[in-house]
Design a protein around this ligand. Structure first.
Ligand SMILES: NC(=O)c1ccc[n+]([C@@H]2O[C@H](COP(=O)([O-])OP(=O)(O)OC[C@H]3O[C@@H](n4cnc5c(N)ncnc54)[C@H](O)[C@@H]3O)[C@@H](O)[C@H]2O)c1
Ligand SMILES: [Zn+2]
Length: 413
């Protein structure tokens, strides 16, 4: 692909047909309750007829006890790193109090009361996403946490136990998002915020329920841009492209480089690795809509990356820090070829739930901040300095009630 065609090749966030089918599903769960939820789950999520849809803390603890000890220890270690990073981020946001004319104002920080955390499970079980969402919610102080994932395996349930989730909804897709958002009488209480990655039906459903609940960000099919110069190792690039390609046939792996000899060398490694990859069927489908672009300068390459606003950006260049510093739009950057994107996926610290479909232009990834509300307050001793301005501005807007409410205080200060 020519470098100046890269921006136009960006995927549209969600197609109309997926939105329509997600809307039908979310509406039917909203109005049809448990019976509608069960019928979608049996049809789309492989829920066995009569199987429980919701598990509580004891069942999650039992699942945790059933997995090998070293698996549980692994989940605990990864959860610990995600929690440590989230708590460090939490510490960067503090309550504020400042003087304003006539008094004081400020903000305080309060978590949402209840969060629904979606973890994908259609193609592969993703216990890592359970940890990324639910551990981070708890680190933010969320009181009630429900995790949803279709056909969960014991490790996914164990991850929910490790994350100290309260409930597990064994349902996926748009129906799970609707159930957590609207609630299902007798089964699931509605939450205030729904978060988590997923395929296009999950992403569409989050868009639909937004307003009734808060959502995090569009975190759809995986995207990776590798930005590489002549210092890059073609075999590592091939490995990284395949790692994201295997997520979903809709995933989008791409290489942008200033070295015209690199694409062929990457291609050779890619073909060899693809032949040996157990997930090659999905990966090949994704590779078919990935792309390679050669730029004649680093400046042109950086411009193309910025226009694309990719979810993951792997910087295989001589000076990754300065490349990152000159970019505005990406979900998460991985600096240098040792800092492979998979270490972000699997919990080095930062979250792996990241904006796709160009959403990096207006959103960062999921973080502890997603679960927090910054609420402001105002406390005045005197309205001498601001009261007349308030009254006059209200009159300009012809809102007499406002003007009078301000006026009523003017005499008393
Ligand atoms: N952006 C991120 O931060 C991030 C992180 C991890 C994973 N992901 C992405 O999450 C996705 C996971 O996808 P997945 O499919 O494996 O799991 P998923 O759990 O997201 O979706 C599976 C569910 O989709 C629903 N579904 C499937 N086909 C449907 C249809 N025809 N009509 C209606 N509903 C249907 C079903 O309910 C099914 O259980 C991948 O695209 C992956 O790249 C993104
Ligand atoms: Zn990944």
């Amino acid at each position: 692909m020519a470098i100046d065609e890269v921006a136009a090749s960006a995927p549209t966030p969600i197609d109309r047909a997926t939105l329509d089918s997600a809307r039908e599903i979310t509406e039917s769960v909203r109005t049809g309750g448990e019976a509608a939820l069960r019928s979608h789950a049996e049809r789309l999520d492989g829920l066995a007829p009569g199987a429980p849809m919701v598990l509580g803390k004891e069942e999650l603890a039992r699942a945790a006890a059933s997995v090998p000890e070293e698996t549980l220890a692994l989940l605990e270690r990864v959860a610990g790193r995600i929690r440590a990073f989230a708590l460090a981020q939490r510490g960067a946001l503090t309550a504020l109090e400042v003087a304003v004319p006539g008094g004081r104002a400020g903000h305080d920080v309060e978590p949402v009361a209840a969060a629904g955390c979606y973890a994908p499970g259609g193609r592969y079980p993703l216990p890592s996403s359970v940890l990324m969402t639910a551990v981070t919610a708890r680190a933010g102080g969320v009181e009630r946490v429900i995790v949803a994932s279709p056909a969960p395996d014991p490790v996914t349930l164990a991850a929910a136990h490790v994350a100290r989730a309260d409930q597990f909804l064994c349902v996926g897709g748009a129906q799970a998002v609707a159930a957590m958002s609207y609630g299902v009488p007798g089964l699931v209480e509605p939450v205030a915020l729904v978060v988590g990655p997923g395929n296009r039906w999950v992403t569409a459903a989050k868009q639909i329920v937004y307003g009734a609940v808060g959502i995090d960000l569009p975190a759809g099919p995986s995207e990776l841009v590798v930005l590489a110069d002549e210092t890059a190792n073609p075999d590592l690039i091939a490995a990284d492209l395949l790692a994201q390609a295997e997520h979903d046939p809709d995933a989008r792996p791409a290489l942008i480089t200033t070295d015209p000899t690199l694409p062929d060398r990457v291609e050779t490694c890619l073909m060899r690795r693809l032949g040996e990859l157990p997930t090659r069927e999905v990966a090949s489908a994704a590779l078919a809509h990935g792309f390679v672009a050669v730029a004649d300068s680093m400046e042109a390459a950086l411009k193309a990356v910025d226009e694309l606003a990719p979810e993951h950006l792997q910087l295989c260049v001589g000076d990754p820090r300065s490349a990152k510093a000159s970019l505005k739009h990406f979900g998460a950057a991985f600096l240098g070829e040792r800092s492979a994107e998979v270490f972000g996926d699997y919990g080095a610290g930062p979250n792996h739930v990241l904006p796709t479909g160009g959403a990096a232009r207006y959103s960062g990834g999921l973080s502890v901040f997603t679960f927090l509300r910054v609420r402001t307050w105002l406390e005045l001793d005197s309205v001498k300095e601001t009261g007349e301005d308030a009254r006059d501005l209200a009159e300009l807007e012809r809102l007499s009630g406002h003007a009078r409410a301000a006026e009523a205080r003017l005499g008393s200060s």
